[in-house]
Design a protein around this ligand. Sequence first.
Ligand SMILES: Cc1cc2nc3c(=O)[nH]c(=O)nc-3n(C[C@H](O)[C@H](O)[C@H](O)COP(=O)(O)OP(=O)(O)OC[C@H]3O[C@@H](n4cnc5c(N)ncnc54)[C@H](O)[C@@H]3O)c2cc1C
Length: 370
Amino acid sequence: MKKRLLLLGGGHAHLETIAAIHTLKKRGHEILVVSPSRYHYYSGMGPGMLGGTYTPEEIRFDVASMVSRQGATFIEEKAKSIDASKREVVLQSGESLSYDVLSINVGSCVADGIPQAKEAQIFPVKPIEKMLRLKETLTRKTRQKCLSIAIAGGGPSSAEVAGNIIQLVDRIGGHQPDITIYSQARFLSRFSESIKIRVKEILENKGVHIVEKDAMVRIEPDAVVLKSGCNFPADIVVSATGVRPSPVIEKSDLPTGPDHGLRVNRYLQCSDHPEIFGGGDCIYFEKRPLSKTGVYAVRQNRPLLHNLTASLEEKPLNAFHPGTPYLLVFNLGSGIGYFKKNGFTFDGKLAFQIKNYIDRRFMKRYQKLQ
Ligand SMILES: Cc1cc2nc3c(=O)[nH]c(=O)nc-3n(C[C@H](O)[C@H](O)[C@H](O)COP(=O)(O)OP(=O)(O)OC[C@H]3O[C@@H](n4cnc5c(N)ncnc54)[C@H](O)[C@@H]3O)c2cc1C
């Protein structure tokens, strides 16, 4: 019997399912994909796009084209909430879409909540379209004067953004800005002492200031105020304070984990509503909470495709196994990377080249479907 599979978000965990639309259609199923933009950006390459290493086209998938070329329906809309009791998704327009099986991959957004003046110029690191706006603004303004840039947050994104702003301004021949990272805890607090020290050293050698253990508590039109009461000039603020699952999940009366993500079992399935599945940053994997990294979203592709097909056809599900520790490379700009796998680390050009090779290969695999 023909069933309807509804995919919310054309994110990293849905790529294999989107690639398999033609097969699912041949088996008699109807597929609908809902996403607010026809493009899905690969955030791992976002800082590289900011620095000018990649064009926006190189780091995005044309999901609308991937879907419609295989004869399925792409709806350029934002999901507002899910009414699991009616098996319906409510869209921002007020329209509702029914489903037999639903898969949610709506990602995450920056969890800042720092009070801010209306006139302040703030750019969150997600969605990646905002980094594109930041690049356009910096390209224009750094040609005119030396800016003060404040980056809120002390994780890898803040390091990648700082390094790539320097690369961008070098490339366009602008006035190098004064960049300060304001970290609530210690800079890169989740990482080992040796990583903290080395990444800090690389950034400080480029002229980046790092203020630790002093959170940004208010953003004024041309300054930032810290918890200690100090305030510093800031023409532009970048918000890299970590991410939280999309608010769509909380608005939907679905079971959630402590991070407010959709609580899923080892089949990436919502136990209370077995026809709902999910992947990527918007889920809370109850068996073993996962960090919000693209690596897990990518690893979830195959089990998710299998389980969605199995659910449509009433066949057994496969468990998702998060796998071994993953390779991490920070793009620190100017062709320099910091490589980490298990206890092994190194930095330099080779580290960035490894990331560049892996990221470009990943993009090519799915861009050929658009
Ligand atoms: C600056 C930065 C650098 C990073 N670098 C790396 C890295 O090098 N390696 C790594 O592994 N991870 C990295 N990460 C983390 C990684 O980007 C995320 O873990 C990954 O994006 C999660 O994928 P996702 O598909 O769940 O979410 P997203 O990438 O956020 O995608 C969600 C999709 O859902 C769509 N959507 C959103 N809301 C709705 C809605 N209401 N209705 C329908 N559709 C919706 C969006 O348009 C988007 O297409 C980085 C993150 C940042 C911010």
